[in-house]
Ligand binder design. Structure first.
Ligand code: HSE
Length: 443
């Protein structure tokens, strides 16, 4: 990077998909603003694409190339921006950039979640930095908050809606009665979804983001595998409707909580009470609640997916690197996964939650007693029972049961016992009811 901040900062952009094009657009549109704020001219020297013909619309303003090595090693380039996605090929780009002494900005949460320690170590070994704000929460500056604004806090919990695609799908199903398939197709068309949308709907994308955020928040390396994951592909329209009738909205929540000296880590569809701020987070918006010992509850809300918001975070990192802010923190602070020990993880079976059960029963005498006995035998206390009236004697009918807090292990045993009842038609649907943590947990 040039010492003289008036010198241009050269950028190589690797990938010209949704996010890459958004970065080019912001740098083009805001050249004067960025110059005024930083004193720096940001110049995109190379846009690396596999097939230049497919990106011919960019060729009048940008130098398209498929020569990755030359684009990375160009002495006029100080920052390599990786927005190509994938893991192995993207990791190779980052290592090549480090070897050439270039800083990196990436939007690639799968890469950071999978390879953080290796990549951060390699970058530090070459005296360069990685900016990864765009990997979590789209345009929300949550990485900046965790690595700067909230550093004085012991974080007790982090709860987020961190996948825009899932939130968009659940919102459309809930508010507009769309089918799951229609909502997913629209999320793909809007550019929210991953190239492989099963990463979104399975909850894996959210788990990758949670692993990144929780590592920063709790000073312990959290791996994707540490996180229990249930996707939204398990959510049915009936449950969205019944939950609404009970005053809840279903959201895919990513949750990391300090419990004693371990972390409880999970991603799953969750019933959120309508009075909870999270219930109002609609469409592709994301929100992250952070609970710190000094700040109490802070709520970060904004567009969590899509071209412009994600590109906004990439551009913020380009500026942070060019001005030296990110490299300084990166080299100085012991908060990144390369300097953290492994997280102590509470096994999922031992985590506590309230539950929503939808049991399909034959409408016969004694059914409620059987269900409550199955729960009671496992130490689980009911908080409500709701049955829909039907007018066909003996037909099957949904019974919705809500419970007080219990462990996953107890609930699994109870659901197995319920599904074994002769009056029940398996499989019982089991979702978790999530209440926001209490502010100011015990020190
Ligand atoms: N597929 C991701 C989402 C993109 O829907 O949230 C942003 O990381």
């Amino acid at each position: 990077m040039p010492e003289d901040t008036q010198s241009p900062v050269g950028i190589t952009l690797v990938g010209a998909g949704v996010v890459g094009r958004g970065v080019l657009a912001i740098l083009d549109e805001q050249t004067a603003l960025l110059k005024q704020r930083t004193g720096i001219d940001f110049v995109v020297r190379h846009v690396v694409v596999r097939d230049a013909a497919r990106h011919s619309d960019l060729s009048t303003r940008h130098a398209l190339t498929s020569d990755l090595d030359a684009a990375i090693t160009d002495p006029a380039v100080g920052i390599v921006v990786e927005v190509m996605g994938g893991i192995d090929a993207a990791a190779a780009v980052l290592h090549a950039a480090f070897a050439a002494g270039k800083h990196v900005v990436t939007a690639n949460k799968a890469l950071i979640a999978d390879r953080a320690a290796e990549l951060f170590r390699a970058a530090k070994g070459r005296g360069v930095a990685i900016g990864f704000e765009a990997s979590c929460g789209g345009g929300i500056p949550i990485i900046d908050a965790l690595t700067r604004g909230l550093l004085g806090n012991r974080i007790d919990a982090l709860v987020g809606i961190v996948n825009g695609t899932c939130n968009f799908i659940l919102t459309q199903m809930s508010d507009n009665g769309w089918t799951y398939e229609k909502a997913l197709a629209e999320a793909q068309r809007e550019g929210f979804a991953e190239a492989d949308p099963t990463l979104d709907v399975s909850g894996r994308d959210a788990a990758q983001k949670l692993s990144i955020l929780a590592s920063l928040a709790f000073n312990a390396a959290v791996r994707e595998d540490d996180i229990a994951v249930v996707g939204i592909d398990t959510v049915q329209a009936d449950d969205i409707r019944f939950a609404r009738e009970l005053g809840y909205t279903i959201k895919l929540l990513a949750i990391a909580e300090r419990t004693g000296d371990a972390l409880a880590l999970r991603v799953h569809p969750s019933l959120v009470h309508d009075g909870d701020l999270m219930a109002d987070v609609g469409g592709s918006f994301n929100a992250i609640s952070v609970y710190g010992h000094a700040i109490g509850h802070q709520f970060f809300y904004g567009r969590g997916a899509g071209q412009r918001p994600t590109a906004s975070a990439v551009v913020a990192d380009i500026i942070g690197i060019a001005t030296g802010v990110i490299p300084h923190a990166f080299g100085r602070l012991n908060i990144y996964p390369d300097s953290l020990g492994p997280a102590r993880v509470l096994p999922f079976e031992q985590t506590h939650s309230r539950y929503y059960l939808r049991v399909t029963v034959r409408d016969e005498p004694g059914v409620f007693a059987d269900i409550t006995r199955s729960l009671g035998d496992n130490g689980i206390s009911l908080s409500g029972v709701h049955q829909k009236e039907i007018d066909v004697a003996g037909a099957s009918v949904p019974v919705v049961v809500t419970t007080h807090k219990a462990t996953e292990a107890a609930m699994r045993r109870a659901v197995a016992a319920i599904d074994a009842l002769p009056t029940v038609l398996p499989k019982t649907v089991c979702l978790r009811i999530v209440e926001q943590p209490t502010e100011y947990a015990e020190a």
